[in-house]
Write a protein that binds this ligand. Sequence first.
Ligand SMILES: Cc1cc2nc3c(=O)[nH]c(=O)nc-3n(C[C@H](O)[C@H](O)[C@H](O)COP(=O)(O)OP(=O)(O)OC[C@H]3O[C@@H](n4cnc5c(N)ncnc54)[C@H](O)[C@@H]3O)c2cc1C
Length: 403
Amino acid sequence: MSQPEPAGIVIIGGGQAGGWAAKTLRDRGYAGRLTVVSDEPYDFYERPPLSKAALLDGNAPLSRLFSEEVVAGLNIDWCRPLRAASIDAPQQIVHLSDGRQLHFDQLLIATGGRPRLPDARWAEHPRVMTLRSWDDAAKLRQALQDCRTLAIVGGGWIGLEIAASARRMGADVTVFERQPALCMRSVGADVSQALLELHQQQGIRVQCGCGDIQLEDRNGSAWIGSDISDPQPFDLVVVGIGVELNLELAYGAGLKVDAGIVVDGQGRTSHPAIFAAGDVARHPTLGLCLQSWAYAQNQAISTACAMLDAFASPYDDVAWLWSDQYDVNIQILGVPAGGMYHVVRRTPQSQVFFTLNADRQLVQMVAFNDARTIKLGKRWLASGRVLEPQQLADAEFSLMALK
Ligand SMILES: Cc1cc2nc3c(=O)[nH]c(=O)nc-3n(C[C@H](O)[C@H](O)[C@H](O)COP(=O)(O)OP(=O)(O)OC[C@H]3O[C@@H](n4cnc5c(N)ncnc54)[C@H](O)[C@@H]3O)c2cc1C
């Protein structure tokens, strides 16, 4: 068996969180060995464009996090494409899939997730696809070229973004959602309704409350049916029913896992030399895994700072994510828990949905084409400002007065 190689700080995962952690470590003066284990062959890249520009534009370049020069300047020992197979936490060793062993001073787990599928039959069907990586996007873009009828299974953010892109490419799209409303886990009923109308206006068929969705293979073609509709054939089926987090390494290492890897505000796990960031790291105060671009970036930056300085400020950003569908930019601030008042503000250009708690403080805001009000909302959330529902709903009232 090979001897463990001294690898300094090791990052497992070359995505958004792994990339920002590596850059922050160097920016903050870490000059030791920095090893990144990544099972993808590419430099760090971000995923939001995969369901948007990368599908629409065949010439779209890899959505790199940093230029080639910046990545070269990070002086990384890459282990790629290679998988981390297991972690021996007491010995501080990562075992790689090629048999090598890396001894780490500190370790960051930033392994993200993989698309969930209803069962193995879906994974094997040639007309069923999922979207997580750059390679997935290239295959999906190719398949959409000849696709007349597309079924999207799952009416969450990624499913709806793929629906919007495919519609723009000319496909006839049907979205099947198991729950009674779209994006139900992350927004309230009024926002779900606005999303439904947005997609129906673009000619998309949306079936909510479908219950279990069935795939039938009929001589190689894919038929999709549900509790409320008979099976129909589709040229292509894209499944977007959420993500299985890549938690196997954390479980194997004996780290505390509850929904995601349990971390404190500095990204530290239940082992003092092991940290976690991005999708796999459970939000330190909300107790759930956010799976958003901003969290993957900013929580990774905070964690990298804490790896070098035990007194670094803990991560305390408010939850924020966005989605682009057709020409609508949707931004979601906060989580809907504890909502008591639901207020909508409509102008000819925008819609903003506010959820306030019993004390009339903001808990969530969802803005369709209104980035300016989201900026105000970040301040209101941070300060716990008390808001008047009538003022929020009145499009004539300037919200800037509430700065
Ligand atoms: C199509 C798509 C569109 C999105 N759009 C938006 C959006 O509009 N707005 C938004 O806020 N968020 C969006 N997101 C979510 C956002 O991209 C993720 O939250 C973010 O990528 C998480 O970063 P991460 O570094 O934690 O994980 P990832 O970016 O998934 O990176 C993890 C990396 O680790 C690798 N890995 C896993 N296990 C191992 C192992 N054992 N050994 C080696 N490598 C391993 C994976 O292959 C991957 O390369 C989108 C995501 C997708 C997939």
